[in-house]
Design a binder for this molecule. Structure first.
Ligand SMILES: C[S@@+](CC[C@H](N)C(=O)[O-])C[C@H]1O[C@@H](n2cnc3c(N)ncnc32)[C@H](O)[C@@H]1O
Length: 196
């Protein structure tokens, strides 16, 4: 399976913030090869990897990544975006959700945010750290963020050393990658603050 340029950029963001990951509950959604989740686990986070419950081969790839990287404590669960399943209900509250290159089909955006919203209800301080490859200037998740009471901050790649080749991978190369940190717009007093 292919490691997407977005995954390398998100992995670099995790590496940049490695000092704050120890003991954090981290869930990767649409994980595939799971590079960001693997880096988080190597940096001491309690990681759960997930991919569609309808595609067992993708879940096998997550498990293989754990085996190859000697991470037997990392759990792998089937989570299909937009489905409130037993596995989603059973998840402990998360601190960080990782999502690399999951915003590629506009018809999936709302399902992804539904799943994220559910996790925000469990822990209103959870942050979604997401990278995506810009494939069309017309696609934007920001109107949906407003609808789901979420806010986002764009993180310049340069601020975490991802604007040039990362770890000799020749990535992100000439792909345009964006990095977003998405969180609940409401604070603990129920006051909404939007930041776009
Ligand atoms: C473009 S790949 C990105 C994989 C990985 N995050 C990366 O960056 O290398 C999209 C991933 O989303 C998963 N996916 C697609 N539709 C999904 C859905 N409805 N629910 C959960 N996962 C889904 C795919 O199985 C695949 O692993």
């Amino acid at each position: 399976m292919y490691v997407w340029p977005s995954a390398v950029v998100l992995a670099q963001y995790l590496w940049f913030h490695r000092g704050s990951l120890q003991g954090k509950a981290v869930l990767e959604i649409g994980a595939g090869v799971s590079l960001p989740g693997i880096i988080a686990a190597k940096c001491g986070a309690e990681v759960i990897l997930s991919d569609s419950s309808e595609w067992p081969h993708c879940l096998d790839i997550c498990r293989q990544s754990c085996q190859m990287n000697d991470l037997p404590r990392v759990h792998v669960v089937g989570l299909t975006w937009g489905h409130v399943s037993q596995d989603l209900l059973a998840l402990p509250p998360q601190d960080i959700i990782l999502a690399s290159d999951v915003f590629f089909e506009p018809e999936d955006f709302e399902d992804i945010l539904t799943t994220v919203y559910f996790l925000m209800l469990r822990n209103p301080k959870v942050q979604l750290w997401s990278t995506y490859q810009v494939r069309s200037a017309d696609w934007s998740v920001e109107a949906l963020l407003y609808k789901w009471d979420m806010k986002c901050v764009h993180i310049p790649l340069k601020s975490f050393g991802a604007d040039k080749d990362i770890a000799e991978s020749a990535l992100p190369g000439n792909h345009t990658i964006e990095m977003l940190v998405i969180s609940f717009a409401k604070d603990s007093f129920g006051i909404t603050s939007k930041a776009y």
